[in-house]
Design a protein around this ligand. Structure first.
Ligand SMILES: [Zn+2]
Length: 305
């Protein structure tokens, strides 16, 4: 499952690939991907003749802006976009194709078929599902320490599931929550309303730093991608806690432990992240991982007509 940094990188790459391209027609091969309008034929009709202006991100959703319309796209587990020449053979699991007037095609591939697309009149998308209930953007200037505290409220929920709740803060998934909690020295099962001011401050800073660093890493991986190295997946930058079960903590040398918190595999340093007052349990569960990518297939000859 892509998290904010991966979606941000897909967003930037996609913007580079399709901004300015005019849609000749659209082919929907798997109607269930299209959640709105209810009739996928209408989806095809409404998009014909429109031009992609830019691609933006809201939480883990892509917002593809066209003249007068906005396409809201979520990649879920394995959705990916790629730009192809129209004569290139269609790969399996290609479900939606945007045929451009310049002879290229944006193809949406999704092996698991969990991805979604919603089409709105521009401006309507923010007041309707799926974007209307999303919480604060952690990389916006508006994400101040005060805004973070307000978003958490006085809830007695454990901090990890609260940070994963997209209605509170958007974009954080299992990997970056574990990373931020480790950096802040906060145990994932700490009740949110019991966090001390210093812990809230460290956690706020850790969320911003962790996500920013990952976006940077993604930015640098775009270059190798454009050079034809193939698909990009989750970033290979160094992780502090996530996926490092049994390895020594960088800060104290204790071995990273894995448990389950709120149904999610969770990586904790038992020394740096003490749970006050309680002892935590240690269940095993499998790692989650995801590979979602924008694929560049045109060897640099993309874009401008
Ligand atoms: Zn440690």
């Amino acid at each position: 499952m892509p998290e904010l940094p991966e979606v941000e990188t897909v967003c930037r790459t996609l913007n580079e690939l399709i901004a300015g391209k005019e849609i000749d027609r659209v082919s929907v091969k798997l109607p269930r991907i299209i959640q709105r309008p209810a009739d996928p034929d209408l989806f095809e009709v409404q998009l014909a003749g429109r031009t992609f202006r830019s691609v933006e991100r809201r939480g883990k959703f892509l917002r593809l802006l066209l003249d007068g319309l906005v396409l809201v796209s979520h990649l879920r587990m394995e959705g990916r976009y790629g730009l192809y020449k129209q004569e290139e053979p269609l790969e399996p699991h290609t479900h939606v194709i945007f045929h451009f007037t310049d002879g290229t095609e944006l193809r949406y591939k999704d092996v698991r078929q969990f991805g979604t697309m919603h089409l709105f009149r521009a401006g309507d998308e923010l007041a309707s599902a799926p974007l209307n209930k999303l919480g604060i953007e952690p990389l916006d200037e508006a994400f101040t320490l005060e805004a973070f505290k307000r978003a958490l409220g006085k809830r007695s929920t454990k901090i990890k599931p609260l940070l994963l709740n997209q209605e509170v803060i958007v974009g954080l998934g299992n990997i970056y929550v574990d990373e931020a909690l480790h950096e802040a020295g906060v145990h994932p099962e700490t009740e949110a309303n019991l966090l001390k001011p210093a812990e809230l401050e460290r956690l706020h800073a850790a969320i911003v730093r962790t996500l920013s660093a990952a976006v940077e890493a993604g930015g640098s991986s775009i270059k190798s991608y454009v050079n034809g190295q193939g698909e990009m997946g989750m970033f290979q930058h160094r992780l502090r806690a996530y996926g490092r079960t049994g390895e020594p903590c960088d800060q104290c040398g204790s071995l990273i432990e894995k448990s389950v918190v709120g149904g999610r595999g969770t990586h904790v340093c038992p020394t740096c992240q003490k749970l006050r007052g309680k002892s935590s349990t240690g269940n095993k569960s499998s790692d989650a991982s995801g590979t979602n990518a924008v694929k560049r297939r045109l060897d640099g000859k993309t874009g401008k007509r």
